[in-house]
Ligand binder design. Structure first.
Ligand code: SF4
Length: 300
């Protein structure tokens, strides 16, 4: 399959999701995902319509080719960019001054965001569009534009070398998989809760004894464990070493992932240093009196 917006978005959320979408697979979408897709679509339509209404010299639904860009229209809305590997839909392209293969002008990508915040993922999306656009106009735009919400409030995003580097990496990874390259490991992440493949991935993770089954293990920690040769929950559970603590010991890490893994492996509850079971229940709380040998039943 060609790389589309949906595949790109899936890949930016999770490598495994991108891979599955690229293979043409689909799962069971949650109500939340369907509702947010619908809301985003409606907001996008309204914002693009407003943008087109504001600029008189605008065209809609044009293919992005050297010929169409050379015409020099101020705005190209709902543009499609196709090559042998990609089929991208761009909300709009805006003309900007500055020499390129097209002449004395070039185009910058416009992205719709259904919210007020322009996050890393949106910036990366714009950089991928800029990268794809540079293949046609022979010039990498230094900025991208964002239109926010149904009102289409404009914002400007600098597209620097670092962002383009990340975009190249993301596109390169997708193209590598597209060409039949080895897929990356399954790693559960915070997008899983709303992902259509969550059931399947969870089952696969349990089967593979994945460390990412532990909530709270971030990407950095996972890499750190992998560097030490720890790839499964069982391996992680064996790495727990309780140490004597003194007053001068550094503060404890909030989460002891190895201990957590050990508790899961042994199906037991472990209490770590500093955790003390309550000695006496407090008045007003359910069960008060039991600790003192009393029961809730009168005359018992
Ligand atoms: S469930 Fe999680 S790991 Fe699986 S594809 Fe979705 S986001 Fe990725």
């Amino acid at each position: 399959m060609k790389i589309t917006n949906e595949i790109l978005e899936a890949h930016l959320n999770c490598n495994t999701k991108g891979l599955r979408k690229l293979a043409g697979e689909s799962g069971t979408k949650s109500d939340y995902e369907m509702m947010s897709t619908e809301a985003r679509q409606a907001s996008r339509e309204a914002a693009v319509a407003k943008l087109v209404a504001r600029i008189p010299d605008a065209s809609r639904g044009v293919p992005v080719t050297v010929e169409t860009l050379k015409e020099g229209k101020l705005l190209l809305a709902d543009a499609t960019l196709e090559d042998e590997a990609m089929s991208l839909h761009l909300e709009a392209l805006k003309r900007s001054e500055g020499a390129s293969k097209l002449g004395d002008h070039h185009y910058v990508p416009v992205l719709h965001v259904n919210g007020v915040k322009v996050g890393t993922r949106e910036r990366l999306f714009l950089a991928v569009f800029g990268l794809a656009l540079s293949g046609v106009q022979g010039f990498r735009p230094a900025v991208g534009l964002v239109i926010c919400g149904p009102e289409g409030r404009p914002a400007r995003v600098e597209l620097d070398g670092k962002l383009y580097g990340q975009a190249e990496q993301a596109l390169g990874e997708l193209k590598r998989i597209q060409a039949g390259g080895e897929p990356s490991r399954l790693v559960l992440n915070k997008h899983c809760q709303q992902c259509e493949f969550r059931q399947r991935c969870h089952e696969e993770a349990v089967k593979a004894d994945e460390i990412s089954l532990l909530s709270g293990v971030g990407e950095k920690e996972l890499k750190r464990y992998n560097r030490k040769g720890i790839f499964t929950l069982t391996q992680l559970s064996c790495s727990f070493r309780p140490r004597r603590r003194s007053r001068r010991s550094p503060p404890l890490e909030k989460r002891q992932h190895a201990l957590h893994a050990m508790a899961i492996r042994d199906r037991r509850i472990y209490l770590f240093w500093g955790a003390e079971p309550p000695r006496q229940s407090r008045p007003g709380l359910p069960g008060h009196g039991r600790a003192a040998g009393l029961t809730d039943k009168p005359n018992a």
